[in-house]
Design a protein. Structure first.
Length: 268
């Protein structure tokens, strides 16, 4: 067979092959697969040269978000008794409530140098009459530590939104101004004061918001946000002064007992 005839037969066979319906779609699909595979291969090579840093510490935005979430999810504290063991103490002198009965008000007054003063907190004593650990009723920052023979040594702890707790008539003070304290942390021991010698060894405890004293007993096991002016508070103190027929100390005071049988223990 001549060479020209062989070439003609080969060309005719190729033309017949490409006239079949499935040939062109198969060619297109195969070409697309090759292009896609090449693209993915080059992309993977680029990623190897510039690896993504997905570590926890290298992502400041992730750290910030996690920190904010932790702060939001932190449990809200409730006021606790300012003692290590609430079962071993009782209230010697209650809080002066302007809306209480006359008998209850009289039990919350202290007589000092021929004058009467309403109690702006509660006086807590141990049932056995001995000293005891005084603890922070709520976490916060110590804003003041003062030595005062009349009222007894004083510790003031600041909390959020104008709330503070005060601890008077204490000894063996364990903190100083500026210290951060945790709820339940021992800050001192119960002591004595000249203004309330009849109470013996005790701690005078106050809860205040924006300078207004509140009855601690009504807010134990409750958050600081529950403090509302006019509810279980002395208000400005003027009504209490008028009914007690005497001027109270503007900064609050430790109070004595006028009813020897008036005692009250902590309740849950």
């Amino acid at each position: 067979m001549k060479e020209e005839e062989k070439k003609l037969i080969r060309k005719t066979g190729i033309q017949r092959f490409f006239k079949k319906r499935w040939v062109y779609p198969a060619v297109y699909i195969g070409a697309a697969a090759i292009i896609l595979a090449s693209f993915l291969w080059f992309q993977s090579r680029g990623d190897e040269g510039n690896p993504k840093n997905i570590g926890y510490e290298s992502n400041p935005e992730m750290n910030l978000a996690d920190k904010d979430a932790m702060e939001v999810n932190m449990p809200v504290e409730n006021f606790e008794w300012p003692v290590a063991n609430a079962d071993e103490v009782e209230i010697k002198t209650p809080f002066y409530d302007a809306n209480a009965s006359q008998e209850e008000q009289e039990s919350a007054l202290v007589s000092y140098e021929n004058s009467f003063q309403p109690n702006t907190g509660i006086d807590i004593v141990a049932k056995n009459g001995e000293t005891f650990d005084v603890t922070a009723a709520m976490s916060g920052t110590v804003s003041a530590v003062e030595e005062d023979a009349l009222l007894g040594n004083t510790i003031v702890i600041e909390h959020a939104n104008g709330v503070e707790t005060r601890y008077q008539s204490v000894n063996d003070i364990q903190v100083k101004a500026g210290d951060k304290v945790k709820q339940g942390q021992v800050i001192a021991k119960a002591g004595r004061s000249l203004i309330n010698e009849d109470a013996g060894i005790h701690v005078h405890f106050e809860i205040r918001k924006d300078g207004v004293a509140y009855n601690p007993v009504e807010y134990f096991k409750k958050p600081a946000t529950s403090l509302k002016e006019g509810e279980n508070s002395t208000g400005t103190g003027e009504k209490a002064d008028e009914e007690a027929n005497d001027s109270s100390q503007s900064d609050g005071s430790d109070a004595g007992q006028t009813s020897p049988n008036q005692t009250q223990g902590p309740t849950d």
